[in-house]
Ligand binder design. Structure first.
Ligand code: PA5
Length: 448
């Protein structure tokens, strides 16, 4: 069995059973496309029904980028970059850009408005051949649009407008948005994000597939992993791991556990945690409800967040993801002087130490009143990543319906954008700008 879910210290199994009793309806709502946000369920069938011509076009573009370029600059934010970054770090390495390889380095831009980040990326592109993949479903998101202006000017200065055209790939809506208009008028190669797939559910579309393929990862294996998980999760039963995960986390939520911390003991998982936080945070955090998703990298964060998890406010539960580490055999050396007193570990492999740290920590946290959900996976691979992505997406859809929200919209993301547009001076926002400036710059402030 490739992925399993188990739960320690649920506090009330009655509550878990009550959630399980609600799952047939949530499952039917999700798979029958009858719930809120049902226009955005295209991801459900993606692994099996993805347009094969599009996948082949992605592979061809990836091969061209690999032969043209030493660097691929991926411009996107939120769902338009986190999945690709998660896949590359999980399957290859968090140090992917540093290790020797036959594929381009991959840098990410447009996920902030930081001048320091942009300046550093500009200097990293100096003297190397590069291509750009600009990704935006809406085609109107400010951060990637601004970054694309900056890097489009740079790439056109380097290769000329015609040369740049051969190196820019736009992944966006099939018809709408400024990016689509721009890409068509300048003749870029474009890839389509299907209408019915939202940003955070789009890693198995060209949004994720193109950068992932450029990194030399087998995207067919990734889709196969997702497809096999889709078959497994289609079964409406208490053995369904997505049911188990959705039931456990919602049972805990209803008992007052309002924060979920995802944890793993391998640094390669870090960006899967970032991707997961967006998936669950943006899908569930609405209508004044939702589990707050957080993440820790262990054992590193045991020395920063560990104190809080062990003894802080008791509204947290932990989801620990473990997987076989692949092939590294490093053991603790014997020391003649034993000055550090560690000879009792001599000869033991780091993997074993890591496993003992994980087991000891889970027990300590459970003893401290932190319920634990365990997710176990096979070793990291393109196939496992595909399975994991589909598992979390499906469980997220179920969880959202158990919570009673629309898991597929994100109306709250608009609020900061409207304020930012007004403050920057977008035409049509004059009244809002005046109102915001009055609030920001007039009246007493703390410290006045
Ligand atoms: O899940 C979502 O829809 C969002 O997080 C988007 O991915 C993010 O806001 C980026 O949007 P876009 O791809 O339209 O630029």
């Amino acid at each position: 069995m490739s992925l399993s879910v188990s739960v320690k210290n649920m506090l009330s199994f009655a509550s878990y059973d009550a959630l399980m009793a609600e799952l047939p309806a949530a499952h039917a709502t999700l798979t029958g496309h009858t719930g809120k946000g049902s226009d955005f369920l295209g991801w459900l069938a993606l692994p099996t029904q993805i347009d094969r011509d599009e996948v082949e076009a992605v592979k061809a573009a990836a091969a061209k980028i690999r032969s043209d370029s030493q660097v691929l600059l991926v411009i996107g934010i939120g769902g338009s970059y986190l999945g690709a970054r998660a896949a590359i770090e999980f399957i290859k390495s968090p140090n992917y850009n540093l290790v020797a390889k036959d594929s381009p380095k991959i840098f990410f831009a447009g996920n902030s408005l930081s001048a320091a980040q942009a300046e550093e990326l500009i200097s990293l592109l100096d003297g190397v051949d590069y291509s750009i993949n600009v990704i935006s479903k809406s085609g109107t998101t400010t951060e990637p649009a601004v970054a694309f202006r900056i890097f489009r000017e740079l790439i056109e200065q380097r290769y000329g407008a015609e040369g740049a055209k051969e190196r820019i790939y736009a992944t966006t809506d099939k018809a709408r948005g400024a990016l689509k208009t721009l890409a068509d008028s300048l003749g870029y190669t474009t890839f389509v994000i299907p209408d019915d797939v939202g940003g955070r559910f789009s890693v198995l579309t060209p949004v994720g597939l193109l950068p992932i393929a450029v990194a030399g990862i087998d995207i067919d294996a990734m889709l196969e992993g997702a497809a096999s998980m889709a078959v497994r999760l289609a079964s409406p039963s208490a053995d369904n791991p997505a049911w188990q995960y959705a039931a456990a986390r919602n049972a805990l939520y209803r008992q007052g556990y309002t924060t979920e911390i995802i944890a793993a003991y391998e640094p390669r998982f870090r960006y899967v945690g970032e991707w997961w936080k967006q998936l669950y945070g943006e899908s569930e955090g609405k209508d004044l409800k939702g589990i707050f998703p957080a993440s820790v990298d262990l054992t590193a964060d045991l020395h920063s967040m560990g104190q809080y998890i062990q003894q802080g406010m008791r509204n947290i539960f932990e989801t620990v993801v473990t997987f076989e580490e692949s092939g590294a055999h490093i053991s603790v050396p014997m020391s003649e002087d034993n000055l550090d007193g560690l000879n009792f570990m001599a000869g033991k492999e780091l993997d074993e130490l890591n496993r003992m740290a994980s087991l000891g920590t889970i027990l300590a946290h459970v003893d401290g009143g932190v319920p634990n959900i365990a997710i176990e996976l096979d070793a990291p691979s393109a196939y496992t990543f595909g399975e994991l992505v589909y598992f979390f997406e499906f469980a997220c859809g179920l969880s959202g319906y158990l919570l009673g929200v629309n898991p597929f919209d994100q109306p709250g993301v608009e609020a900061y954008k409207q304020n930012m547009y007004a403050l920057i001076g977008k035409p049509g926002f004059e009244a809002k700008r005046a109102e915001l400036e009055a609030r920001l710059y007039e009246g007493p402030m703390i410290g006045d």
